[in-house]
Every structure is written in structure tokens, then in C-alpha cells.
Design a protein around this ligand. Structure first.
Ligand code: PMP
Length: 407
């Protein structure tokens, strides 16, 4: 059975590209970054051509128009996450910056030597190294929740980690390597039973499922625009107002101040307290367009389509002799499949697939501790988006079969 993509591939000009004489491009590297629809690129170009002026400070027409657009984008993000107020939506450069902000500012306000943060074995480097920097500054302790052999968090171990030194939990919603969807609602509920706040890394969940920060009751939530069909260089930190009020600013500069003197500086209200310097107001427009694009298709349709692709891919990949798939092999997987074929090196596999016009990612996927846990150096990773089709997966499997014959 062939499926139709749920949106027109020609919304995405790059997918029409011929690479090494192969057409159409089979782009299966969406967990690294997604392609951008025309609607996003055109809105940004339009703003540069017709509106561009620095936001917030100007009394003139263009500055006010740019400010309105930027703040309207913040409202779009608020709606997308179902946050209570736009005061809780901080624009950052992406998930990495959002996590660093929390580690640095929450760490400064609430953590001292010997205090603990709970992470997991499947975290991206962003959600490990940010805490290690705090560890170097303050001597905090990292507690790491282990995973099962099929890539699920050991929840009974997680519960045991809480003690009087636990200050925060920081865990990914969806693994960028295994596709595991973590039970974040339970993770948050358990942490709150111990009066411990939770930061969720939503880099890999926001493109694939509805996120409701009030429903989850998370204290912080981070995501990146470029992984959800938006531009690079912009992301979001959601934080509950009561936490954002209580933690100090991240960077100093323009925008984040109320008044400055050499004796005493006071800080701006939320969310501007965390937005030093000229914000990327063009990218915020692009991000809002991307969120509108996704919302207009709807997550019911996106999830159904991507679940179909993922289970079809799991079934077809398992036909390949010597195939090893890491992580859960079922519907719990969110549009990401990491695999290894016999003893063909993942780099060889990725390079040869590329020559066939199929883009996958190879390597450790910024999760070296997870690779160590799995006892491997790297994998090949295929990750899906709303524009992928079953034909893309057939091409991947045929490509793998051809490459296998060469070895
Ligand atoms: N966390 C996860 C789970 C990710 O997949 C990524 C991106 N690969 C990041 C964090 C970092 O995102 P960014 O590079 O956009 O800041």
C-alpha cells in the first residue's frame, strides 16, 4: 500500500533538489533539522523587505510594526504550548541555550555543593554538559537514571534517586537516538511529590505531538525552532512564572534592564529579563509561521501519518538480514529509528546511502554516554517528518539491500 504525504512536498522547495543525479531527494535526517516550507521563508523575507526595524525601542512606524509582529509570535508560541501567559515564553537561540539558561540561573539561585540534579542515560549532550559546567562551578552531583536494554527509562530507579539534596530533574521528552517517548507526566508527578521542579527537553517531541505545558505541569520546557520546520537560531524556554521570577537573569545587556546606573541596575519584567540584546525578531516570525503551519495540519494527522511511517519502517527494516534496531521496536517510538546492519560501519552505510540520494545521520548523535551504555560507537539514524512517505522508506530499505551486496 502506498500512502500519500499529508502535505504537498512542493511546499518544501529543497525536496525537489537533484542530488548525485538522484531524484527525488529522500530526506531522513529530520531529527537533526527539518526542511522549511515556503510559508516560513517567505514570511521572513517579507519582514526583511517591508518591516525591518529594531524592536521595542523605537517610536517610529516600522519599529512598532516589527515589535507587534515579534510579540504576536510570542503569543503564537504561548498558544502552541498552552502556557498561561506570554510572560512565561522566553525566546532563546534554541534548546541548548534554554537548558544552559536553566542550569546556570536555577543553579545559581538554588544549588550549592552536594546538591543533586537528576538526568537520564539517554540525554543529549546539551542536557549533560550544561549541568557539568554547573558542577565545575558549584560542585553539584549528577544522578543518572539508567535505561533498559530496549531503551526505556527505569522508572523504579528514578523514584529511588530522590533525597533531601535533589533540587531539579532535567529529562528529555523523546530520545533523539532511540525515539523513546518518556513518561514525562509520571516523571513530573513523582518529582512534584518530592517538591522538586522539572525541566523537559522538548527538542524531539514538539515536532511530533501536542505539548501542553499546563497539562504536563512541567516547570520548564525547552525546544528549538529548526526542528519544527522553523528557522535556525531561535528556540524557546517556557518557565512557570513563579520560577522565572525567582531566578536571576542569564546575560546582561540591552532589553533585559529597567534602569542602569554604575551603582545599581534593575531588571526588566518577564520575559524580557532573560532576553538580553536585540532579539532575532525575524526568526520569531518564521517560528510562528512554522507553528501555524503545523497547527493547521493538526497533530492528529501528523501523529497518525508518522506512526504509520514508523511502524512501516520498523517492519521493512526488520526484513534486512543482520539488522539491529536500537530502542523500542513498537508504536512507542516517535519518528526516530537508530540501526546497524551486520558489521557494516555506520559511516560507510551513511556515505553510500547518500550516494543513492538518501540522507540519514550517522555517528553518536550527541549522546556519547548513551552509545557507551549500548556498547557501540554510533548508529545510522533515519528520522521522519510530515513530508516523508512510505516510498521514502522503500528507497531506504532498497538502498540498504544494495549496499549490503557490496560488502
Ligand atoms: N536535545 C535533544 C533531544 C536534541 O535532539 C537536540 C538536537 N539534536 C538538542 C537537545 C539540541 O538542540 P539545538 O542544537 O537545536 O539547541
Amino acid at each position: 500500500m502506498q500512502t500519500m504525504p499529508i502535505i504537498r512536498k512542493d511546499d518544501f522547495p529543497i525536496l525537489q533538489k537533484v542530488i548525485y543525479g538522484k531524484y527525488p531527494l529522500v530526506y531522513l535526517d529530520n531529527a537533526a533539522t527539518t526542511q522549511k516550507p515556503r510559508q516560513v521563508v517567505e514570511a521572513m523575507t517579507e519582514e526583511y523587505y517591508n518591516v525591518n526595524a529594531n524592536v521595542h525601542r523605537g517610536v517610529h512606524f516600522l519599529s512598532q510594526q516589527a515589535t507587534e509582529l515579534h510579540e504576536a509570535s510570542r503569543e503564537t508560541v504561548r498558544r502552541f504550548l498552552n502556557a498561561r501567559s506570554t510572560s512565561e515564553i522566553v525566546f532563546t537561540r534554541g534548546t541548548t541555550e534554554s537548558i544552559n539558561l536553566v542550569a546556570s540561573c536555577f543553579g545559581q539561585a538554588f544549588m550549592k555543593e552536594g546538591d543533586e540534579v537528576i538526568l537520564s542515560e539517554m540525554e543529549h549532550h546539551s542536557n549533560i554538559v550544561s549541568w557539568q559546567l554547573l558542577q565545575a562551578r558549584k560542585g553539584i552531583r549528577l544522578r543518572i537514571v539508567p535505561i533498559t536494554d530496549d531503551g526505556q527509562l527505569k522508572m523504579e530507579e528514578y523514584e529511588k534517586f530522590f533525597n533531601e539534596r535533589t533540587r531539579i530533574v532535567s529529562i528529555t521528552h523523546v530520545s533523539n537516538v532511540l525515539g523513546t517517548v518518556n513518561p514525562v507526566k509520571d516523571i513530573i508527578r513523582i518529582a512534584h511529590e518530592h517538591s522538586v521542579p522539572v525541566l523537559i527537553d522538548g527538542a524531539q517531541s514538539t515536532p511530533h505531538m501536542t505539548v501542553d505545558v499546563q497539562g504536563l505541569d512541567c516547570d520548564f520546557f525547552a525546544f528549538s525552532g529548526h526542528k519544527i520546520y522553523g528557522p535556525t537560531g531561535i528556540g524557546v524556554l517556557y518557565g512557570k512564572e513563579e520560577w522565572l521570577e525567582r531566578i536571576p537573569p542569564y546575560m546582561g545587556g540591552g532589553e533585559m534592564i529597567k534602569s542602569v546606573s554604575f551603582e545599581k541596575t534593575t531588571f526588566n519584567e518577564l520575559p524580557y529579563k532573560f532576553e538580553a540584546g536585540t532579539p532575532d525578531y525575524i526568526a520569531s516570525t518564521g517560528l510562528a509561521k512554522a507553528l501555524d503551519y503545523v497547527t493547521s495540519i493538526g497533530f492528529d494527522a501528523i501523529e497518525a501519518h508518522e506512526k504509520d511511517l514508523t511502524s512501516y519502517a520498523l517492519q521493512r527494516l526488520m526484513e534486512v538480514e543482520g539488522m539491529k534496531i536500537y530502542g523500542p521496536h513498537d508504536q512507542k517510538t516517535a519518528a526516530v529509528i537508530s540501526f546497524q546492519v551486520g558489521n557494516i560501519h555506520h559511516l560507510d552505510m551513511g556515505t553510500l546511502l547518500d550516494r543513492l540520494g538518501i540522507a540519514v545521520r550517522t555517528g553518536h548523535h550527541c549522546a556519547e554516554p548513551l552509545m557507551r551504555r549500548l556498547g557501540i560507537e554510533g548508529t545510522c539514524r533515519a528520522s521522519f517528518a510530515l513530508y516523508n512517505t512510505r516510498e521514502d522508506i522503500d528507497a531506504l530499505v532498497e538502498g540498504i539491500q544494495r549496499i549490503k551486496k557490496m560488502f
